[in-house]
Design a binder for this molecule. Structure first.
Ligand code: 5CA
Length: 439
């Protein structure tokens, strides 16, 4: 992409109402534009990051055996009447009437819709287990939308739904998602801890939140320090094997958010030097709720004994748009965002310090072509602007590498590379610079 033809509207100052670093930086770097309270347009750079996060989530869901579908944003209110949640859900649900005076809702979640789809097609235990997911916009009319996309009203969620013949089988589905979630956050460069949680309006009796640690987080967490260090299991586990030991190894360590916290247990179970109290951001939430939806909505399958029974369900959410802000909270400095390579909107910025100088242009173009071929998604800064202004905006938007081409270096056969995360600089011949970035 050539910056002179792109759209990257950066701002020197953040609007005064942006209180936390990620919100300020998302506005300043031109990632999002607020259209209404808690409702945002995604500008080109923000959209690129959102899509990359979405893709990481998709790959890990596929790996764990979930199947992608796409459900509508608008849902029939009658489905919510069937499950009994239409009245319970309250003012958070946006209720709409169409021209035929039919009640619709803008989906805040999709347990009802997926259960409707499931019951239409799946009739036998032989077709189980099934896990369907979609990555779709949700709407919740939050009382206090704040911190930008961190707590929006319209937000992008990955929501998965598992269907099993009994509780033991459902537990296996839950375990798959539990471990897949740890892998997702690790790939995004985040340290996430699974924390016992209150199932809230989704219902059920087994639930974990996944929390990344950040001082500006809305949740308070109390956890065993080892849980933070334990990390993700990695992609090469046997997804059809017994995952219980890997889950139990983590779930047995104390970890609770404020509403589930038990100070006496915390002190009894965790040695003083391992007690961690921190603030964090909830970037995922998984639930096992058994027959809560299948019973009232009659999602039945025939068991091996020929008897029909309601399936055992779970649902599994990842806050995809919230993760954009969460990653920034975890990875920024005074100068701006520092994207992990996995989600960076561009892999490298080729900075032409003197556009119009034939020799400099030629080297910058050569670098740009080579990096494109290497799959590094380069951004060519060919703007007619002061070097200082270019560096400031590229540091702000957080491209992981800068490859700097100027007249002095070109005369000596050299370019400079800079790693955004560390500020480390090296002067090298172009070929060596390309190698370093490719490595
Ligand atoms: N049906 C279940 C799982 S699919 C569900 O809706 N779970 S949830 O309510 O916990 O939401 C899942 C994830 O979406 C949360 O962990 C959070 O990361 C994200 N999320 C929830 N509300 C918002 C919001 N208002 N703005 C941004 N992200 C949100």
């Amino acid at each position: 992409m050539r910056l002179s033809r792109y759209f990257m509207p950066t701002l020197r100052e953040a609007p005064a109402d942006a209180q936390i670093a990620s919100h300020q930086l998302m506005l300043r770097a031109g990632l999002i534009r607020q259209e209404a309270a808690g409702i945002y347009a995604w500008l080109p750079l923000g959209l690129k990051v959102l899509k990359k996060i979405e893709q990481v989530v998709r790959e890990e869901m596929d790996r764990a055996g979930a199947i992608e579908v796409l459900m509508p944003t608008l849902q029939l209110a009658d489905l919510w009447r069937e499950s009994g949640r239409y009245d319970d859900y309250g003012d958070e649900m946006l209720r709409i009437k169409d021209r035929h005076d039919r009640d619709l809702v803008y989906g805040p979640t999709a347990e009802e819709v997926i259960t409707e789809i499931f019951r239409a097609y799946v009739k036998s235990y032989k077709d189980l287990p099934k896990n369907f997911y979609n990555i779709q916009w949700k709407f919740r009319d939050e009382r206090r939308p704040r911190f930008g996309v961190m707590r929006g009203r319209e937000f992008l969620m990955k929501d998965a739904y598992s269907f099993d013949i009994d509780e033991a089988a459902a537990r296996k589905s839950y375990n798959r998602m539990f471990l897949a979630y740890l892998n997702i956050y690790a790939r995004l460069g985040l340290k996430a801890i699974p924390v016992k949680a209150d199932p809230g309006p989704i219902g059920g009796d087994l639930s974990h939140e996944f929390i990344i640690l950040a001082d500006t987080g809305e949740s308070e967490v109390f956890a065993h320090g080892d849980l933070v260090e334990m990390g993700a299991p990695g992609p090469d586990i046997d997804w059809d094997g017994d995952l219980e030991p890997m889950v139990a190894q983590r779930a047995r360590l104390y970890a609770a958010s404020d509403e589930m916290h038990d100070a006496a247990r915390f002190e009894a179970e965790v040695p003083a030097d391992k007690r961690m109290t921190a603030r964090g951001i909830e970037v995922g939430h998984i639930f096992y709720f058994g027959e809560k939806y299948s019973k009232p909505m009659k999602a039945l399958v025939t068991g091996p004994d020929g008897q029909d029974r309601p399936i055992h369900g779970g649902s599994y959410g990842v806050g995809v748009s919230r993760l954009v802000a969460g990653i920034i909270e975890a990875s920024h400095d005074e100068a701006g965002i520092i994207w992990p390579d996995a989600v960076a909107p561009f892999g490298v910025a080729v900075v032409n310090l003197r556009p119009g100088d034939a020799a400099v242009d030629a080297v910058a173009e050569q670098a740009y072509r080579a990096l494109t071929e290497l799959g590094k998604e380069p951004l060519l800064d060919d703007r007619d602007d002061r070097p200082g202004a270019k560096f400031a905006s590229l540091d702000l938007v957080g491209v992981p590498w800068q490859l700097i081409v100027g007249p002095k270096g070109v005369a000596e056969g050299m370019v400079e590379i800079k790693r955004r995360a560390t500020g480390e600089r090296q002067t090298l011949p172009l070929e060596a610079a390309l190698k370093a970035i490719a490595a």
